[in-house]
Ligand binder design. Structure first.
Ligand SMILES: NC(=O)c1ccc[n+]([C@@H]2O[C@H](COP(=O)([O-])OP(=O)(O)OC[C@H]3O[C@@H](n4cnc5c(N)ncnc54)[C@H](OP(=O)(O)O)[C@@H]3O)[C@@H](O)[C@H]2O)c1
Length: 312
């Protein structure tokens, strides 16, 4: 099958088209013929070699963590999926990544696509949508009336987090750069903060939940906007536990463990038009397409997600 792989760590120029063997499926796996995938910052971080200790895969590495496509083959223990069904998933492991014509995925990570979704729409959801849900719902225990601060409200995670928080009836403040103000407000943010010019720490207080997508100084300052008993959940770096205890703040940090049941909850929101990914750019499944996709993501060039569309 055709795949876009890296044979060594480095710049976007390391992404090359290569023929690789078709993945073999286990008894509880499904072979998905990919119609679309999307880009996440982990793709280029891994390409650069930042994560080589944490994710020590062998070359050639097929990057890519979001799948939308058609069921092509099922293992003998697969009960929930039929050949030809449209499905989406965040597969668990590389190197069987999604910059490829086919990917093998555990059945319990897969969900049927909502009928009102295109492959491109669906491919933009699994990793970032599940991350936003796990942070706000599972860790933050979000409820109606909560005050929620979402850092990076224009990004892949943040723009879905705003919609999820809105669905739960929260009051939402979101940070992003000035050019994305209208976009962030259109998603449901009640308050917009331009992180390049305004200091969110002096503008907000008594918040119930902060979703930290940045770490560093942003995380440091986030402590002071939370109320006693509030939750600081980070997807960037683990928060300082001592400081949290001093201030009576709960913390959370995780590296997403995908789950098909969680994805089903997102599919339900998609079905009822409460959750929709914004696709800032769509590129073709070619060597040049993937290189441009990575460069765009590295530069935070577009709001929302970058989708890579396979040939029909
Ligand atoms: N732990 C996990 O499981 C997990 C899962 C998913 C993602 N992540 C990580 O979470 C981060 C965000 O992911 P993503 O997919 O949303 O990335 P993304 O699509 O590239 O978005 C990045 C966002 O960060 C914003 N930003 C940049 N500097 C900022 C600052 N100083 N303060 C506030 N916002 C700032 C950008 O805003 P503007 O473009 O408006 O400037 C943009 O909205 C990445 O580092 C990613 O690796 C972790």
């Amino acid at each position: 099958m055709k795949a876009i792989v890296i044979n060594q760590y480095g710049s976007a120029d390391e992404l090359v088209e290569q023929e690789v063997p078709l993945p073999e499926i286990k008894d509880d796996q499904v072979l998905i013929e990919l119609k679309a995938t999307s880009i996440n910052p982990i793709d280029w971080k891994m390409r650069e070699g930042y994560l080589k200790e944490k994710l020590p895969y062998e070359f050639p590495i097929i990057l890519g963590w979001d799948a939308a496509g058609i069921v092509k083959k099922v293992g003998k223990d697969v009960t929930n999926f039929q050949l030809g069904e449209k499905v989406f998933a965040r597969p668990k492991t590389n190197p069987t990544g999604t910059y490829a014509e086919y990917v093998a995925v555990d059945q319990d990570l897969i969900c049927k696509m909502p009928e009102n979704s295109s492959f491109n729409d669906a491919a933009a959801i699994p990793l970032t949508g599940q991350t936003a849900w796990a942070a706000l719902v599972e860790i933050g225990q979000i409820k109606e009336g909560d005050h929620v601060l979402i850092h990076g409200g224009s990004g892949g995670v943040g723009h879905l987090a705003i919609q999820i928080a809105k669905h739960f009836g929260a009051y939402i403040a979101a940070t992003a750069s000035e050019k994305n103000e209208d976009f962030v407000k259109s998603l449901g943010a009640d308050e917009f903060i331009n992180y390049k010019e305004q200091d969110f720490e002096t503008l907000l207080n008594d918040y119930d939940i902060v979703l930290d997508t940045q770490g560093g100084e942003t995380q440091e300052k986030s402590f002071s906007v939370l109320k006693h008993g509030g939750t600081l959940v980070s997807i960037a770096t683990p928060p300082d536990e001592e400081k949290a205890a001093e201030k009576g703040i709960k913390t959370g940090y995780f590296f997403l463990e995908p789950d098909g049941e969680r994805l089903q909850k997102l599919a339900d929101l998609m079905k009822s038009n409460k959750l929709k990914a914004t696709i800032g750019k769509t590129l073709p499944f070619t060597q040049e397409g993937l290189r441009e996709a990575h460069r765009t993501s590295e530069e935070h060039g577009v709001p929302g997600k970058i989708v890579v569309q396979m040939n029909e």
